[in-house]
Design a protein around this ligand. Sequence first.
Ligand code: MG
Ligand code: ZN
Length: 225
Amino acid sequence: MADIRLIEIKEDILSDNKNLADEIRDMLRVHNVFMLNLMASPGGGKTSLIVNTIRRMKDTCRIGVIEGDIDSMVDAEKVVQEGIPAVQLKTGGFCHLDATMIKMALDEMDLKNLDLVIIENIGNLVCPAEFDTGAHKNAMILSVPEGDDKPLKYPLIFSVCDILVVNKIDYLGVADFDMSAMKERVITLNPGITIIEASCKTGEGIEKWTHWLADEMNAYQRAVT
Ligand code: MG
Ligand code: ZN
């Protein structure tokens, strides 16, 4: 009988990705650029949160955005309308962003004239959580209409994020959403996570989010290399 050769593709892909992500962090350190990876389901409010963040922070720091989309540029256009440089990654079917894609985007950006890069990952709660993008912090949005059971269904993404923004709290009372049960599920998975309740529509909670982001960015930029 012939030998069977086993190739563990997934493990290799993830370790190569991790090495490149570390190289990206080295490159960002040279320019003292802080990078945030924002993940959520489609329609969770990623672009709205980014636009709100730009409006509140663009006078105090220089922001650039990497937009991941399977096949459109509509979100990048919204960012550019705010006067912020954006790079669109059109993944042509890929359902997540990886370090190779982020490196290509960063190579198109003027890093020496930026303080903060925000990645809008592909709308998906599954595989974006598996790939280190080279970001310093990972953030996610869970919107109230999606339901309080998402931490049970997609535990990995809740485990890898530093902060969870519970968006669309203006839907509380309309949607059947148990906030305290949801938080308990998230904290069980990830005791160190920060959770902020917000609404991009009413503006509630957005300042808490931008304070968190500014604090993280400032801590990174003050740290001795
Ligand atoms: Mg979007
Ligand atoms: Zn994927």
